[in-house]
Structure formats: structure tokens, C-alpha cells
Design a protein around this ligand. Sequence first.
Ligand SMILES: NC(=O)c1ccc[n+]([C@@H]2O[C@H](COP(=O)([O-])OP(=O)(O)OC[C@H]3O[C@@H](n4cnc5c(N)ncnc54)[C@H](O)[C@@H]3O)[C@@H](O)[C@H]2O)c1
Length: 481
Amino acid sequence: MALAIKYSHLVGCLKNKNMKIKNICCIGAGYVGGPTMAVIASKCPDINITIVDINKQRIDAWNGPLDKLPIYEPGLSEIVGQTRDKNLFFSTNIDAAIKNSEMIFISVNTPTKTYGEGKGFASDLTFIENCARQIAAVAKNNKIIVEKSTLPVRTAEKIKEVLESNSDVEFEVLSNPEFLAEGTAVSDLLHPDRVLIGGEETPSGQKALNTLAEIYQQWVPEDKVLKTNVWSSELSKLAANAMLAQRISSINSLSALCEKSGASIKEVSRAIGMDSRIGSKFLNASVGFGGSCFQKDILNLVYLCRFYGLDEVASYWLGVIEINDYQKDRFSSKILLELNNTVNQKKIALLGWAFKKDTNDTRESAAIYVADKLLDEGALISVFDPMVSEKQIHDDLIYLWKSKDLSDTKMKDKLSRIEVFSTHLQAVKDSFAVAVLTEWDEFKEYNWSEIQDSMYKPAKIFDGRNILMGNKSIINYYPIG
Ligand SMILES: NC(=O)c1ccc[n+]([C@@H]2O[C@H](COP(=O)([O-])OP(=O)(O)OC[C@H]3O[C@@H](n4cnc5c(N)ncnc54)[C@H](O)[C@@H]3O)[C@@H](O)[C@H]2O)c1
């Protein structure tokens, strides 16, 4: 009898090789953790998912009204509405969620270090290490840990070391970088180009990898789930962001040449994009890329290259960021030049503050740098963005000024010259120039004659996104390239 039970148990195990996941915990309820887990919850109704965060305000907002979620993404509130309090939960009780889960995603922020060794380049792994220590302290049974945050190569090794030297239970650490783009996060998660999972090349590592793959395969075709070793997976995420940003910097560098030579960047971009070897995506010239990832991930790549003594490779990638800084600066300088080299006490209206359309994320947005440079020149800045609050705009500028060690008096003066409006017409009224800094669709629908009528003449429109090209009603129009 005992033998029979053992045999049937063995057969069961062989049939069902992967671990059955019933409870997932995700640490970090941000732009990645929130949407990613909401989509997994909607596709895997048998799995309970708890997203935890140390930021109580953020968790309260996730549990609050659907039209006021802390993150704006098209389609997100609908998915959260369908799953919340059924199999998707938001909580600040991190210990309980860790204890109750077989799989833990780490999706916390990994900003560029602002101090010490690697300052300005390396990723700050403090938040990651804190998670690992907390998991080790409370875990009572074996767990699969999934790196969702973007991390330097070989971080999984360090996470495992922290976990294993602080706990008796067994951990498998997988790398599963997220490729969603803000503004299209939900659709990217529902229909990903690929899902990448890196696992250790050991039987237990492969078992963990297949367990996670099985979750994704609930809605992602099997051939789109790529399985690699951990280091390839970690590096692929940095490499993908570096390659995407490199295309933007390449086209932006050519936009400067177009402005000098009389060529049109729209025409050049179309001509080169139709080459099937190149393709048309990420070839739009603009005021420069922003967002929390491109700059930080490239700086991290540069740091890694330097660490391994690859100085030429590091310089190559650093060039992508240098061109981006140049582009933001060039745009602000053009406004200054076209307003007779003085914007002192002149109102300049900025339309858009988010780093791209369809998101309320403003991290590293070009608008912050353009506003700062114009404020340095004495301008009065008015801002309108359909999704970004006044508080966020102030916080972004103060964060930048603090990083530049600006005195309190200077900060106060600059802040007193920035005004945020709730309609675009209020923002543009009596301005000397309007700068379009985010490609929000609604900007294209505005009555631009009415806007220019309400401005001082000559009313100049600087289009940092080239979205108004072809609008015949606009006079004094300055696109990029
Ligand atoms: N934003 C994107 O488009 C994107 C895309 C792909 C990958 N990534 C990567 O994903 C990671 C997360 O990015 P994000 O944009 O979601 O960041 P985010 O700042 O929006 O969210 C991170 C959250 O983690 C929380 N947190 C930090 N330490 C914690 C801890 N010890 N315990 C609990 N919560 C903690 C923070 O309070 C914050 O709410 C980063 O590594 C980023 O590079 C981001």
C-alpha cells in the first residue's frame, strides 16, 4: 500500500514538474509593478496577487477610486476594476504578503546612484537589497524570487547571496525584465513582443524558470517566451533600452544638421525608415527622450563597461546621452535666440510636462530641463499638462535644483516664476512663445489661430514633438529639424 502511494505520488510529480503557484507577492506598486500584476491577475484568476509597497499613500490610491489610481495608463483602471479585491490586492503589510507567497516579484525602483562609488552612473541597489533582506528575514518556506526591476548584470547572484546567508529556506532567483513602454503598458503586457526569463542552469533553476514561464503562457504564445541564463537576461534589458535610445539620439543628431542644411528631418526619417533593414519606429526627431529608464539604464551600462575596462565601449554609449542633453539644450537655446536673445520677464507657455503622451510619469522629462534653462534666463513659465499636477511639476524642479545644490533663495525665486494652469488657453494667454513638449493628441486638435491671437506678437510656436507640422493655420512655426 505504502509503495503504491509513493509510486502514484512520483507519477504525479513527474506529470506536474513545475511548482504550482497559488499566491504571488509583488514588492513595489509603481509603473511596472501595478500594471504588470494587474494583467497577470486578469489572465490567471486562480492566482492571488498581493502588491505591496512602503509608500502608504500610493497603496491607498491603488485601493481608492478607479479614476484616481496613482498611475495613469490607458486601459489600466478597467483591468484593476475587474480584478481588485477578487484576486488582486494592494497592501502595506509586506511581511504577510512575503510569508504567504510561493513567488515574489521585486519591482522596486533602481535609480542612478547620487553618492559614493559609481555616483552618477551605477544603479543604486539599496531598495533591492532591502527587499532581499526583508524576504530572508520573514520567509518560512522555499520561494522563487523574480527580478522585475532593471538591474546590472550579475545582480541575481548578489540577491541570492544576501538571501541564503540570512535564511535557512531555499531560494531560486530568476531574471524577468519588463519591456513595457509607459503610455501603452497594458497593451504591451497583453501582447508582448517577447517575455524574457533568465534562470540558473541547474535542475532547480530550470524548474523555477518553467514555473514562471507557465504563468505567462496562460496568454503569451510559447514561442514568445524566451528562456536564457540569468546574465543574458539582465544584460538584454540594458541593451534593449540602449539600442532604443540610440535610435532617438541618432535621428536627433541629424535634426541639428537638417536645421543647418535645409534638409527636412521628417523627409529624411521617412526615407531611411522605409529601408526594411532599418524600420520606421523610434525615428521621430524630438526635444529629446525622457522617462525613468533610458538615461539610467545607459549610465548603468557605461558603468559596467568601465568596470570591465571597456572604455571605448563606455564612451560609445555615453554619446547617446550626450546627444540627448545637447538636444534639450539646443531646443531651449532656439527659443531664446528667436525671442531676440532675451526672455527676461517674458511669459513662455509649455504645453506638456509628462515625458511622453498617455502617462502621468514626468521622470527625466525634457520639459523639466527646458523650463529650468528658461527660468535661468529670467522667463516667466506657464505650464499646462492634461495629466500632471502642479505639485508634481514643483517637485520635479526642486529635485533638479537640489541635485545642482541651488540655494533656497534661488529656488524660491525660480519657483515664484512658474505657474501651472488647468486649461491650455489660460497657459498660453499673453505669452511670447508656446513650446510643445509632450505629444498629447489633444494638442493637435486645439484651435491654434485662437491660441496665437491670445499671445503677444509675433506669436511663436516651438514644436518639440513635430506634431503640428502641416497645420496651415499656424504662423511663426519652429519644428525640430
Ligand atoms: N517605468 C518603466 O517604464 C519601466 C519599464 C521597464 C522596467 N522598469 C524598471 O522597473 C523598476 C521599477 O520601476 P517603476 O517605474 O515601477 O518604479 P516606481 O518608482 O514607479 O515604483 C517603485 C516602487 O517601489 C517601492 N519600494 C521601494 N523600496 C521598497 C521596499 N523595500 N519595499 C516595498 N516597496 C518599495 C516604492 O515606494 C515605489 O512605489 C525599475 O528598476 C525600472 O528600471 C521600469
